[in-house]
Write a protein of this length. Sequence first.
Length: 223
Amino acid sequence: MHLLPVVHDRETAFAYDCHGCGRCCRHKAIRVSPYEVARLAEVLGTTTSDVLGRWVDLDTNTLHQRDGGWCVFYDGGCSVHPGRPLACRFYPLGWNAKTDGTEAILQLSPHPESGGVYGTDGTVGAYLTSQETAPYERASWRYSVVLQRLRAALDADGPDPGEPPPIFDLDAALAEAGGPIPDGVEARVDRHLALLHEWLDAAGAPRIEALPGQDKEKQGATA
Ligand code: SF4
């Protein structure tokens, strides 16, 4: 996929009408985060361990592709549509969330035979609202803070609290920790992040209350 030199902000005039041709579901590396794995598990009625074991390339954290390059979840349409990953929700836009908390929204080059129709009678922000990207974006920022703290812990050579909780396998992390497992993805993510931050505290990683470009409310408290 090539990026066109088009950078949007959320107020940019934009609209996109997907006609379901499916061409955007082929030959794409769809990378998934812990949150996206949990959302897929919810839609598929299984655990994050099962999703990771059956449908994710663990070397690249991308969804498997079937013969012909089709996404493993493409079946004449997206079979996991309510839990589809963030990249699929942003398409035909791309999201570059930077480590300083700022973002760039890029327009991706469409498949030459794409059936999608572009317009200007909306905004980028309205399009993303229609795709329900907000909880995915928020989770992405929150796990980004964990990864930054993890890097800091590794660099700091501080106390050794043992192995961290599994980062990508949320259900395994909660099972290892014991105690009641909360209902719902958002509550389980809150618990998972709390476990990760407890471990990072024990490892002596400095706290990051919010990424500089993100307000704490939108990002979600790390404490
Ligand atoms: S998860 Fe769904 S929308 Fe995303 S590439 Fe796969 S089939 Fe297409």
